[in-house]
Write a protein that binds this ligand. Sequence first.
Ligand SMILES: Cc1cc2nc3c(=O)[nH]c(=O)nc-3n(C[C@H](O)[C@H](O)[C@H](O)COP(=O)(O)OP(=O)(O)OC[C@H]3O[C@@H](n4cnc5c(N)ncnc54)[C@H](O)[C@@H]3O)c2cc1C
Length: 351
Amino acid sequence: MQTDLFDVTIIGGGPAGLYSAFYSGLRHMKTKLIDAHPSLGGKMHVYTEKTIWDVGGVPPIKGEALIKQLTDQALTFDPTVVLNEKVTVITRGKDETFTLTTASGQRHWTKAIIIAVGGGILHPKRLEAEATLTKPATNLYHTMPTLTQFKDKRVLISGGGNSAIDWARLLEPIAHEVTLTYRKETPTAHERSVKELLSSSVAVFPQHAITALKTDDETGVVENVSLTHVETDDATTISVDAVIVNHGYEKDTSLLDESDLALERINDFYLAGTAEGKTSLSGIYAAGDIISYPGKVNLIAGCFQDAVNAVNQAKMYTEPEADRFGMVSSHHQELKEKTQKASELNDDKEE
Ligand SMILES: Cc1cc2nc3c(=O)[nH]c(=O)nc-3n(C[C@H](O)[C@H](O)[C@H](O)COP(=O)(O)OP(=O)(O)OC[C@H]3O[C@@H](n4cnc5c(N)ncnc54)[C@H](O)[C@@H]3O)c2cc1C
């Protein structure tokens, strides 16, 4: 029985899903937003410390701050937000409404769907040596929350890609010492970054892998790390205060890979769609990195246009008489009232 039918349910709370949630609220749709992770923001959690320059009208901003701003905006019209739930199955009923089932067995009912799953659910790749830890290591990281927490620390970074190199260079002036290890002879990063890295004070262990983590029995803190040469097996032990592992991400794309829905895909991954946000199935729209159409831009800025289009399509699908486009902010009654309230609050503060 459909106990709680939503107008639109957005799967994925990255930039595309967040802006879709805002815009569907603006279009007076009863909205639900579901994400598999415990917090909203999507892929931006990979680069919370990076300064983002290319979002229109927003001054250079750290990833973490942009997540907050996008999330605040997404909650403007109080959508229902469901976190820690991975949608695994979508089925369409005889009455044309959809049922979404999650990995934990929850069911969610909706008239229309916006798929905004980006590159899927990202899980950081872990070291084999992590499997031997008896308790979670409190000083082992797979993303870098803040640079300052590594101030005056001895930091070991494992990884030879652009992010690992960037982290090493960012930490060099802050940490007591930075060591970088990677399996290849040379890092697979931009030539200029590698050049700058090699002329910096970062100690580099090419062709090495972390083979053991020695932890304090009581605290679980990693104190020493064994690095082994991938060809000669020569081992080196270094003392550390923190270890950062940047080996990329495993992508869980099971929803689309295993779904019975005949959604047309491109390169076995992306949803074949249109610039208006349509997929190959009516009632299911898409926005953000997951949709592919000629001219698609895989950037945060591209997510916003996708979201507006997907929401407008969902609106017209659920209410065929609805206007094709939503009202701009200045003509939107609820936003007018919110603006009025905000300016009254400001006046009160100034008095
Ligand atoms: C290192 C890096 C740096 C970048 N820098 C920039 C930059 O400077 N400027 C810029 O414009 N862009 C940048 N990008 C690109 C930008 O992050 C993406 O274009 C954007 O995040 C795409 O947003 P999205 O909402 O489509 O998907 P995502 O951000 O990938 O979000 C998808 C969400 O869907 C959830 N999800 C997936 N499957 C399910 C499921 N089955 N059930 C429930 N939830 C699910 C995931 O958990 C995730 O939260 C960068 C990307 C990377 C990797």
